[in-house]
Each structure stands twice: as C-alpha cells, then as structure tokens.
Design a protein around this ligand. Sequence first.
Ligand code: DC
Length: 231
Amino acid sequence: MTTDRKIRIAIDGPGGAGKSSVAKEIAKLRGLRYVDTGALYRSVGLYVADHGIGENDEEGIVSCLPHIRIELVNDGGTQRIIMNGEDVGDRIRTPQASVYSSAVSKIPAVRDALFSIQRDLAGQGGVVMDGRDIGTVIIPDAEVKIFLTASPEERARRRYKELREKGVGQSYEDVLRDIIARDENDSTRETAPLRPADDAITFVNDGYDLEETVRYVMGLIDGVITRRGIE
Ligand code: DC
C-alpha cells in the first residue's frame, strides 16, 4: 500500500488546460509537494533566448546545456525556480519564453538533461507533478494519472485573460495561434510527445472554472485511491 504522503500524482496535458493551477491546489489540499516541470523547459528556453541563440539552432541549444544549473525550491507550497543563481519565476512566463520552451523541449538532449532532476523529485514521493510526459515517461508507475485538456479556443481565452491581467498586450488571435503551434510541436515531436498514458483518466474541462475543475479532479483522485486501496 502507498500512503497518501508517498503518493505520486501525474497531471499531463496541453498548455492552457489549467494543469498548474489545478496541480498547485491539489497539492495544497492533500499536503503534497507541487512540481511544475514546464518551468524546467521554460528556463532552458529563457537561457537560449538570453544568449541570442535561435529557437531552431539545435546545435547552439545543446551547447548551452552544460552551462545551465536549475534548482526547484519548495517555498511553502509554491515552487521557486532558480537558474544559475537567479530566480527566473517571472521571466520564464513571457510569450517569447513559451515559444522557446516548446522549441527546446523537442530536442532529446534537452529532455535527457532534465530527466534526472524530475526523477529525483518523483522518487521522493508525496508529489503532484504537472507536464506533458509525467505519466508516460517520468513516472510511468504513478499511482494516479490525469490528462487534463480543453479545446484550443477555450485554452486561448483563459491564457488571453491571464496575460491581460499581467499587462501583456498579446491579441486573442496571436494567443490562439501560439497555442495551436505549441500543441502541434508538443504532440508531434519524436521524443516523449504529448499524449495521455494508456492508464490515464482524461478530463476535458471546457466550461469548467478552476474551482469546478479542482473539485472534479479531486473526485477522480479519490476514486483511484479507493479503487486501488491506497491509504
Ligand atoms: O506547461 P508549460 O506551458 O509551462 O510548458 C512549457 C513547454 O515545455 C511546453 O511547450 C512543452 C514543454 N514541456 C515538456 O515538453 N514536457 C514537460 N513535462 C513539461 C513541459
């Protein structure tokens, strides 16, 4: 039996489905550690962009890897991300960092470089991890796997609202175009493409707000825990 404190919950899905907000809330409600794995790819993307390397320059991107040191720090239930000593929590959230993160995540050497940090965190148990390949690659034996998704239009509306609140002036059309391009990139890449694990529960949350999504996902998690006899 796995105690709730050791449980590993994987939440995968495309950008803008609300994975990180949901994962954060679930971690809080269940007293688990929240791990946002997208932040790792975003940090690599940021480093590459900061160094003027093109998003399609695979060789240039790979040559950056030995110079990037990333730490994920658990700070009272939220995650801080430190790259080479700098807290990059805000800088990794720009539209440019999003585009770069998706580009670097296609490169197998980047995924390999970020593998052990994710495996180490998963190995400690008591985690809710969100990403694209948590249930398929990082923790294929996770106790609970959720694939959270929504239509591109719904996700673009949410992201647009979020960006506006942060004062980022990207149009809805541009946000939608970026989301569709990232979906295409993330799901057609050869290494660890975005797809639900065979044993994941898929939830399409169009029309659900965050609170309703959290309630629904908590219900799914409770159902799995009861069925599998996890304490
Ligand atoms: O979840 P996010 O939007 O912060 O992720 C940023 C990018 O990182 C996304 O385009 C795909 C990539 N990613 C990935 O390939 N694998 C993960 N486990 C998490 C993110």
